[in-house]
Design a protein. Structure first.
Length: 435
């Protein structure tokens, strides 16, 4: 059975009428039964990947870069020009009155292919950036989902403890009426119940911003109920050679792709400093002369043309090459800084994972021992009406350990989720090798 909660709903807002509550709950179940069965953490990850605005933005940048490949690989548009002579130029066969020219320019050999390669690599770089952003988003969704689970679990634990305190209140009242215990014991347990009810209200208030943040990550038009389980499956992590894995991290792959893009941009910068050629035709319109026996009288003129640009300002192209070199050095330093940071983050996350495992074992043991002590103290109070304050103190201690156990469990899952993010490409290769 899974729990679900919405952004603006709480049972307390419905009213205290049992029939009304039942009716609303039936409607909620009828409206969401199909949705509940389908909404798992993996489903939420898919929704986030499809709807998150940052991911959509980067995906559109990648598509735009793919369109650029076709553009840079095309020849420049041919140039057509038409000239009219205000004063015709006299030639042997007649006056030249107009001319039309057609010119097609060609870049240096290999320039178009180099530009295509650079543009294609730019698209791959954006794709690597998209994958890095997606992996970061997945970790954020997982972390927020676990946080929602933690909040709901603590609400449940507190409610269970309120029920136990209610039983202790009845016991204290019975012992008071029998003249075995004092009224102060009844008041003391009532104060604790009020305190816990206030704590539950605070947790429910905190639920709203947690839910809002989760919906923002998913960026859904509608805000359906968020489904969290009653319990989490245990997770484990084996330490790996992270120095090797870090090289395959999405962000590291992005920097590596960016380096390759800059290499190709450097080739383009060199070719930009080469001459460009042009091939064309000039067609001249010649008028007839008033001479009867003139050969080719009024014959139009066709003249092939060849042109070449002279890149005399080499400083501009040398500056382009230096710019690429500086950018490559910058990316290299960023890559080194990233790998160092990833290594540190991995060590911290793995330490958090081990610490959470130790705490979970400790709190489970403490809960078991505390419950044994509580049974002894409760039996003593039932028989002699003594040490009720110790009974309440021990019950509060159990609540504390139960809450800490939930927090440690969630901390362990978040640590594993972060370790998976840091080693995502490594895990993917491991799964492919196993299949």
């Amino acid at each position: 059975m899974k729990r679900q909660f919405a952004h603006d709903r709480s049972i307390t807002a419905i009213g205290s009428s049992p029939s009304l509550i039942k009716m609303v709950m039936v409607l909620m179940l009828l409206g969401t039964v199909g949705h509940i069965h389908s909404q798992s953490l993996n489903d939420y990850l898919q929704i986030a990947a499809a709807n998150n605005p940052d991911i959509q933005s980067q995906h559109n940048l990648y598509l735009a870069a793919m369109e650029e490949v076709t553009q840079v690989g095309a020849l420049p548009d041919p140039t057509v020009s038409l000239g009219l002579f205000i004063s015709p130029v006299e030639t042997r066969v007649g006056p030249q009155r107009a001319k039309i020219s057609l010119l097609q320019q060609f870049p240096w050999f290999g320039s178009l292919a180099a530009r295509e390669d650079a543009a294609a690599q730019k698209a791959l770089t954006l794709l690597a950036s998209l994958e890095a952003a997606k992996q970061q988003l997945f970790f954020q969704v997982k972390k927020q989902w676990y946080t929602l689970y933690e909040n709901e679990q603590i609400v449940d634990i507190t409610n269970e403890n309120i029920e136990i305190l209610g039983s202790l209140e009845s016991l204290a009242l019975t012992r008071y009426e029998a003249g075995v215990a004092g009224l102060v014991d009844v008041i003391r347990v009532q104060l604790l119940i009020s305190e816990m009810e206030n704590e539950i209200q605070l947790l429910q208030d905190n639920q709203r911003p947690l839910t809002t943040r989760f919906h923002q990550l998913l960026n859904q038009d509608a805000r359906p109920m968020i489904v969290v389980p009653d319990s989490l499956e245990d997770v484990a992590w084996q330490s790996i050679d992270f120095e090797l894995s870090a090289l395959s991290h999405p962000q590291a792959q992005y920097y590596r792709s960016l380096q390759e893009e800059l290499e190709l941009q450097g080739k383009v910068a060199v070719l930009n400093g080469k001459p460009r050629f042009g091939v064309g035709l000039d067609y001249g319109f010649i008028g007839r002369r008033d001479v009867s026996d003139l050969t080719d009288n009024g014959k139009n003129v066709l003249m092939p043309m060849v042109s070449m640009s002279l890149p005399l300002n080499q400083k501009k192209y040398q500056a382009q090459q230096k710019e690429v070199g500086y950018n490559k050095a910058s990316i290299q330093h960023q890559t080194e800084a990233l790998l160092n940071q990833l290594g540190t983050d991995y060590d911290v996350a793995y330490t958090d994972y081990q610490d959470a495992e130790r705490k979970m074992a400790l709190y489970r043991d403490q809960i078991g021992r505390s419950k044994q002590a509580l049974n002894i103290l409760t039996s003593s109070f039932s028989a002699a009406g003594q040490d009720f304050e110790e009974v309440l103190r021990m019950q509060q201690l159990i609540l504390k350990y139960q809450t800490l156990l939930v927090k440690a469990e969630v901390a362990k899952h978040i640590a594993v989720a972060y370790l998976e993010y840091l080693s995502s490409e490594y895990n993917l290769k491991q799964e492919q090798d196993e299949n």
